[in-house]
Write a protein that binds this ligand. Structure first.
Ligand code: SF4
Length: 352
């Protein structure tokens, strides 16, 4: 593979907008790939992980969401500790499993102790696995349930065995956008404050962006710059992942007649984000949201991580993703090799 020598200056908002409007996809790809190679060479990472979604019963009722349902809805479910024990029994037999990833709805009546006990249960069953659980939106919900501070909530979860927070719930960090797509969810400032606190407590975290709904291009770039500023301050984000809004089965999609984002736009935004987020080492191509073919192509647009073998995932599936929810390690490795990179298995305690 050709070695690329490109010099990088930090992009301003105006620079990023100019690159976006120029719409030169292959020039963006070349620069983003050079940035990726500067950070992680020819390696492309993947993880053997399992996702657990504890409940889909939610008090937040976000218009963007296809996963939620109200208490009493026949589609509703909540995993109790026996259900989780069965999932963990299965997970115990997975070779090289390094992560349990837990993201859920905001259940209206489950107490904070339930979530703490889940973390303790996972830790007991899988003593060495990385537990990445609860987005900043869920952490803010726990502070409301308990009247504890963000730091107090995180310390209790860390004591139970938590290693890190997923990057979800960021959507677009603009209060104008959030007032439309998720008005009851944590604000942009709260999302950032949870991450700032988590970084201070040495939790591993990711950052994310969900685009392709009611936001402007300027708001996408502002979102990236807010993440870059926090990363300058703390250095605590390990990876960035971005994914398009899936309008199927959502109130937001119906209300604004939103059409799914195309491949060109997905790849263009990925490459642009890689260039704006010059202080992030790792970019995930979240195949379950992008589809496998686009996720593989994303490796030529700055991504260096084909995220996870996943297992059973319900949130994205509810939003109409046509991808399966599980993939074998050998398939991920084949896709990475086909793109000319070296598949590299992420371990339990390493970020690269
Ligand atoms: S996006 Fe999250 S908080 Fe909002 S309704 Fe869906 S599950 Fe609930």
């Amino acid at each position: 593979m050709e070695k690329l020598n490109i010099k990088f200056d930090r992009l301003s908002k105006a620079d990023a907008l100019e690159l976006y409007r120029r719409n030169d996809l292959l020039a963006l790809a070349r620069r983003a790939r050079a940035m990726k190679e500067r950070k992680s060479g020819r390696k492309v990472f993947y993880r053997v992980n399992r996702h657990i979604n504890l409940t889909n019963i939610c008090s937040s009722n976000c218009p963007l969401c296809a996963f939620q349902c109200r208490a009493g809805d026949q589609r509703g479910y909540t995993l109790e500790h026996d259900d989780i024990a069965k999932l963990l029994d299965d997970a115990r037999n997975v070779e090289d499993l390094s992560e349990i990833h837990i993201v859920s709805a905001l259940h209206p009546t489950k107490p904070f102790d339930y979530y703490v006990d889940v973390i303790k249960q996972v830790r007991r069953a899988l003593p060495t696995v990385n537990i990445q659980a609860f987005t900043p939106v869920e952490i803010i919900n726990f502070t409301k349930l308990t009247s504890l501070s963000i730091e107090q909530v995180l310390r209790i979860l860390i004591d139970a065995g938590l290693n890190g927070l997923p990057g979800g719930g960021a959507e677009i960090l603009s209060d104008r956008v959030r007032s439309i797509i998720c008005p009851k969810k944590a604000t942009a400032a709260q999302w950032l404050e949870v991450m700032r606190t988590a970084h201070r407590l040495k939790l591993q975290t990711n950052a994310s962006m969900m685009y392709g709904h009611v936001e402007t291009i300027e708001e996408r770039i502002d979102h990236l710059i807010r993440l870059r500023e926090l990363q300058d301050e703390t250095g605590g984000f390990q990876s960035f992942l971005m994914f398009p809004f899936h309008p199927s089965n959502t109130e937001l999609g119906r209300q604004f007649d939103i059409q799914p984002v195309g491949a060109w736009e997905n790849l263009k935004m990925l490459a642009l984000a890689r260039l704006v987020l010059d202080n992030f080492d790792h970019f995930k191509a979240f195949w379950i949201m992008l589809t496998l073919p686009i996720a593989q192509l994303a490796l030529a647009f700055g991504a260096d991580d084909l995220d996870g073998t996943i297992g059973r995932e319900r949130i994205i599936n509810a939003a109409g993703s046509t991808e399966g929810t599980s993939i074998t390690r050998s398939t991920l490795e084949r896709l990475i090799r086909e793109a000319g990179f070296e598949p590299t298995l992420r371990g339990v305690s390493t970020c690269d």
